[in-house]
Every structure is written in C-alpha cells, then in structure tokens.
Design a binder for this molecule. Structure first.
Ligand SMILES: [Zn+2]
Ligand SMILES: [Zn+2]
Length: 289
C-alpha cells in the first residue's frame, strides 16, 4: 500500500526541520516491550513469543505501520514494534477488561499473542486514512473522500460534507482508537538506591503507540507531507499547497523531483502537440468535397 504520489497532502509547517524523517521527535511514551514474532505456517496469523521480549526504542513507527499491506509487511512491522494487543476475538483485548465484582476477579480478554494479518492490514489502512484526512483538515481542506471508508467508526452519511463535520468525525475516530489501546501510567524508582523517581506513560500495546503517533502527526505545527517520489511521510520544510508535488530530502538527493518534472513537461508537450494536430486536421474534417 504505502502512500501514492497522488496523495500529496500537507499541513502548515513551522518548527520541525531537523532531519527528514517524520516522527523522529521525542515521544511522550516510554519504550515498550517487543516480543519475538513469526508467521504461523498458514501465513494468516502473527505469533508472538513473550519469552524473547525486548524493548522498542526507535521511532519510524507511523511510516512502518502505514505501509503494511500483507503478511510480509505486517511481520516486518511486528518484529520491530510488537503486537497490537488483540484478543482471541481478533479485536483489541480492551473490549473486555478484567473486573472485580463483589471481591471476586472476573477474567476478561487478554492479548492472545496470535493476531490475524487481516486485522493488521485493516488497522494500517485506517491509520493511513486518519493521517491523510487529519492533515487535510488541519489545512481546512476536506479530507479525502476515498479515505473515509477505511475509518470504521465514521458514519458514511456524515463525512465529506463540511470541514467542521469531518473534524468532529475524525476527533471521534481517533479518540476511540486511543481508547482501544491501553496506556499504563507508571510511577516509581527504577533504581531504588537513587533519589530520582520516574513518572511516565507507557503504551500497553502497539495500537496505543500508533494512535499517539497519529495524533502527534496531525497536531504538530510542523505538519505532515507525503513524498511524491517514495510515498514516505516527512515533515515539510514549508507550507505545501494541495495538488503540488513535494519530495523528501532523500528523493531530492536522488533527483526524483527533477525526473518527475521532466516527465510532466514531456507529457504536457505531447498533449499540446496532439491538440494542435487535431486543430489542424479539424477544418478538413468538416469540409465536404
Ligand atoms: Zn475478546
Ligand atoms: Zn521520497
């Protein structure tokens, strides 16, 4: 999947120009554990092994996640970032929490460590749609109509009519995404012998971490743009105009922007030539001999 070159969108930009990768900033979240993962023999599920858990520290999360389109890309992303936290029902385990009723523990759902690739692809599409629509709405432009169908919670009858209504729907959709993820608020002394206590939030699942990144991408003053060359998200150096091509530093270095401009120029010349040829021919067409 990834972002196509047509999906150039941009948001106002201001302060985040260092480097060219989107979201290489500091996250409000502490690192979270990432277990080992493999595809099951059928290739339909990701199987996680918590015995091998390590910790996620790097931050290309949103780029990695929005590119998921099949079992291969899902596995790649899961290896680096961990499980979504889905239960045996294939939905976020938070839908059915453990609870205490009259002093007795009632067990709810828990992350099963066995997650359908289909669900990963579905969430990736939704994440991508939320970023695209959100970036447009940040600019006061209606979010792509074709994208709303990936946002499961948005009522089709309400979206795509006004910026205000779309903002309301996007806010609701992203809030619900964040609520499905799980956030742990932690306080304590990581090293009991030192005086410095630590107060931090930790993502209870990848779903939450992705939601935080989406919200951050839309909120950030620097905004989001999608490279017309490689389809990666990147922080634009200045405000982009919708409908214009924009390129990340890497693609500019490879001169992809020049190549595209030349191609577009050639295409325009061809079109012009074809049109003038038609004009020359057309009077003859109508002439009766
Ligand atoms: Zn469940
Ligand atoms: Zn690029």
């Amino acid at each position: 999947m990834g972002f196509s070159s047509e999906e150039k969108i941009a948001v106002e930009s201001a302060s985040m120009h260092d480097g060219d990768k989107l979201l290489t900033k500091t996250s409000p979240l502490a690192p979270w554990p990432v277990p080992d993962v493999a595809l099951d023999p059928e290739g339909t599920h990701l199987v996680f092994d918590w015995e091998q858990a390590s910790v996620a520290t790097d931050r290309d999360l949103l780029n990695d996640f929005t590119k998921i389109e099949d079992s291969r890309t899902a596995l790649q992303c899961a290896k680096r970032w961990g499980p979504l936290g889905l239960c045996e029902h294939g939905i976020p385990a938070t839908h059915n929490p453990h609870s205490f009723v009259e002093g007795r523990m009632r067990l709810g759902c828990y992350p099963s460590g066995w997650e359908p690739v289909d669900a990963w692809v579905r969430y990736a599409r939704e994440a991508r749609a939320l970023v695209l629509i959100g970036a447009n709405l940040r600019n006061g432009v209606l979010g792509g109509r074709g994208q709303w169908k990936h946002v499961l919670i948005a009522p089709a009858s309400r979206v795509g009519r006004s910026v205000e209504e779309d903002r309301l729907c996007l806010g609701g959709a992203l809030t619900s995404w964040l609520q499905q993820g799980q956030i742990h608020v932690l306080f304590g002394w990581p090293d009991l012998a030192t005086d410095e206590p630590v107060f931090q939030w930790r993502a209870g699942s990848l779903l939450l971490a992705v939601g935080v990144e989406i919200a951050g991408a839309i909120t950030r003053t620097s905004g989001v743009a999608i490279c017309s060359g490689c389809g990666e998200l990147f922080p634009p150096a200045r405000r982009q105009r919708p409908g214009r091509r924009s390129y990340c530093a890497e693609c500019r270095e490879k001169r992809i922007d020049k190549r595209d401009a030349e191609r577009a120029y050639e295409a325009r010349q061809k079109e012009k030539a074809a049109k003038s040829g038609q004009k020359r021919r057309s009077p003859r067409k109508g002439t009766v001999q």
